[in-house]
Design a protein around this ligand. Sequence first.
Ligand code: A2P
Length: 362
Amino acid sequence: MPGTSPDTLIVAVVGATGAVGRTMTRVLLEKQFPMTQLRLLASARSAGQVITVPGFGDITVELATPEIFEGIDIALFSAGGDTSKALAPEAAARGCTVIDNSSAWRMDPAIPLVVSQVNPEDLDWHEGIIANPNCSTMQLMPPLMALRDAVGIERMIVDTYQAVSGTGHKAIVELEEQIKAHAEGREKVAKVYPYNIGFNALPQIDVFLDNGYTKEEWKVVTESRKILHLPDLRVSCTAVRVPVFMSHSEAVHVETRDAVTPDQARALFAAVPGVVVQDDPANKIYPLAEHAAGSDLVFVGRVRQDPSIPDNKGLAFWVVSDNLRKGAASNAVEIAEALVARGWVRKASERHAAPVLGGRPA
Ligand code: A2P
């Protein structure tokens, strides 16, 4: 059984060579997460590769297998849904707490789906696996929580403008290649996406479902309801991939239960930890993907009354955040921090059966 004292924590990143995995390692270091050892796991393709990690020296990438999780306290997974489905239960069975960035477990009613500043109380009932929300849902939740708590939310319409880094490292390379091909007058080659992403906008992210929505769009619908504890919230979404490397932008329209003015909304948003209001149109101040990149914050601006909804019960606004950081890696690390701070690294059933106050159990 792994230890749960912050003084002895062993942490693994699964998918450590990928776009999100690399960011997870960076964020763990930046936040000085209290770990004594860091293990980097990936597939056979990169096992054996050596990665230099400041403060931890040269770390050899290891093959992710069920047995490797023996002795690991916390594993941050970002290696795709199939890997999470196969390995997260194996890790949890070995006493490792998994924070999983894939969609494999998000809608499982027995697994908490957590945005660190929105529903950390849901971590209390974890049984070894915690799901990290989809990046497009993640950045919406802090401002939406503020409206839910103050004026109630009846309906939300979200249109996304999503960066290629959300698809992974290969997509970043594909956009770079297509930009170069365009500049050099060569033909662009699309392998990762069904069409060229360079100089285009693709209204398809992930596969289509029977209801005509894409899986990505439907994640926003179902994950928002679960995180906000609003099972009947009316939501619609159009998710679009755009030729941006970093940060997702979202146009949001919300119908509220009670009246709310843009000034009141700006004050509500600004009071949420991790949310910054950038809203001064006269001076061309509004959130931008380029400025949000590299930050853990969620930026909100262009707040205005939606005139199509009567009685001041509608708002329109623009939300931007770094999809690899708050949208994935940083929230995962913030969940790990919350678990350590609350003494909840271990499963709820084990904690409640035999509380351990620190130190590695015999
Ligand atoms: P690898 O480098 O061995 O392929 P991205 O989303 O940026 O493409 O990254 C995906 C990450 O998931 C990579 O680190 C990749 O490792 C890892 N990965 C993919 N398949 C597996 C697997 N079956 N087991 C462990 N890691 C995997």
